[in-house]
Design a protein around this ligand. Structure first.
Ligand code: SAH
Ligand code: SF4
Ligand code: F3S
Length: 448
């Protein structure tokens, strides 16, 4: 085994893949490593004393990326044997020690529920010069072991629940993130307040099924998601409230009404349906039929006419026929989405669906994906066109990479570019939309 020295650690590089929950976890890891070792984040792995990968295993491609990226880090470690490399997140959880068998230069492997132990793991690596792995799912809440969150300015994430108990037959999340646990309301409000105190004006509540939230309320009773939303929505200084992801099975009338009722709740809902075929929905174990979905959409649009809607779709699930796929296209035509995220089915180790024959031919999957993309992109384009002439409120996020203009998001989550100034970053500005592109908008700032 290579020798680890006990020279000082100064810098940290984190590479994040996957969902917003991973983004959240990565920022908590950075907080933790800053508190424990005074590490500061750097932009390039070459400059880091510690490299952490926060990985995703939702589809095969996501997992492949981990090993190719690790190859790059290996070269850095060949030159600097003191470099500490850790692999966390969902691949860490799923693969455990197998990662270190395949890539022996990886010092630490951990999962989404064990990253609060990072400082301890790093200490062990440095002291005993060993490799470590921590992938047990502990009973205790990792949140109790994390320092106060630091925001990156105007927008913050708060994880309100962990894990998933839905066990959709294609999905690894219940295995990588464990059972569904909701954090107590008071913890969530406290964390939101800390972000607001630091100047954050937009908060996104995160979880795999946020609308399945059932946590201990401030009165000791169990609160559902809508109750939590009303409580967060009342916090002083909060200007924008968002949440993701929601499950159709957990939609309630109260949640629909909340969109009309909570002024800071932004009019955008991601409500993944995956397929429009009843046979596929059943095989996927989604817990509802297609006809349950349409009334939800109608109700949302009735209570909140400006709401923008999106969904995830999987094409080529085992057994999907042309007719099943046609049902998906039909659902998409009926709903008319603002945005859609479409994926080819990818068998994941350990999931029930992976035991069925992955029997939709790759070229058929490709054709279906293409057809669905064409349809959903056309819908997005059309919704974007309809924005022309409107004045929208844009939370300015950053300078655009493509044209040097400013870029931000409207309340209904559309990307808007306009000519502005960097000092507007973090502010909400009125912009009149003048042009629409396939996936974004351009407008002119309305000056008071
Ligand atoms: N909790 C969310 C989704 C989490 S995963 C929900 O239930 O809607 C994000 C998306 O990845 C899923 O909505 C699904 O469309 C896609 N996905 C998950 N597992 C997949 C797999 N094995 N193959 C292809 N796409 C998958
Ligand atoms: Fe995966 Fe289904 Fe849970 Fe979403 S609800 S995380 S798709 S198991
Ligand atoms: Fe990926 Fe894990 Fe999120 S598998 S999508 S990082 S929960």
């Amino acid at each position: 085994m290579k020798q680890q020295s006990t020279t000082s650690l100064d810098t940290l590089f984190i590479k994040t893949y996957g969902c917003q929950m991973n983004e959240y976890d990565s920022s908590r890891m950075a907080d933790l490593m800053k508190e424990a070792y005074g590490l500061r984040l750097v932009a390039k792995p070459e400059d880091a004393d510690v490299i952490l990968m926060n990985t995703c295993s939702i589809r095969e491609k996501a997992e492949d990326k981990v090993y190719s990226e690790l190859g790059r880090y290996r070269k850095i470690k060949d030159k600097r044997p003191d470099l500490i490399i850790g692999v966390g997140g969902c691949v860490g959880q799923q693969e455990g020690k197998r990662i270190q068998q395949r890539a022996p230069y990886v010092d630490a492997v951990f999962g989404p529920q064990t990253y609060h132990k990072l400082p301890e793991m790093i200490a062990t690596i440095r002291r005993d010069r060993v490799r470590v792995s921590e992938t047990d799912m502990p009973e205790i809440e990792k949140f109790d072991h994390l320092p106060t969150p630091k925001s990156n300015g105007f927008s913050g994430f708060v994880t309100i629940m962990e894990g998933c108990d839905k066990f959709c037959t294609f999905c690894v999340v219940p295995y990588t993130r464990g059972a569904e646990i909701s954090r107590p309301v008071s913890d969530i409000l406290h964390e939101c307040q800390q972000l607001l105190d630091e100047g954050v004006i937009e908060i996104s509540l995160l979880g795999q099924n946020v609308n399945g939230y059932r946590g201990e309320g401030e009165d000791g009773d169990e609160w559902d998601f809508t109750m939590l939303l009303y409580a967060v929505g009342k916090l002083e200084g909060l200007k924008r409230l968002r949440f993701s992801t929601s499950h159709p099975m957990e939609m309630t009338d109260e949640l629909v009404v909340a969109f009309a009722d909570i002024p800071v709740l932004m009019p955008y809902l991601h409500l993944p349906v995956q397929s429009g075929s009843d046979a596929m929905l059943k095989a996927m174990h989604r817990g509802h039929v297609r006809d349950d979905y349409f009334p939800m959409i109608d109700d949302l649009r009735k209570h909140c006419p400006d709401i923008s809607l999106s969904s995830d779709f999987i094409v080529g699930f085992p057994g999907e026929t042309d007719e099943d796929f046609e049902q998906t296209l039909d659902l998409v035509r009926r709903v008319d989405y603002d945005f859609a995220y479409c994926f080819k089915y990818s068998p994941r180790p350990g999931t029930p669906a992976s035991k069925s024959d992955d029997n939709v031919a790759e070229d058929v999957k490709d054709v279906r994906l293409q057809q669905l993309l064409e349809l959903t992109r056309e819908q997005t384009r059309h919704h974007m066109q309809q924005q022309i002439g409107k004045t929208v409120q844009v939370l300015v996020e950053r300078e655009s990479r493509t044209d040097g203009d400013m870029q931000g998001r409207s309340s209904d989550y559309r990307i808007v570019h306009f000519e502005g100034q960097t000092r507007q970053i973090g502010q909400i500005m009125p912009v009149r939309i003048t042009q629409a592109y396939g996936q974004s908008l351009r407008g002119e700032l309305i000056l008071a």
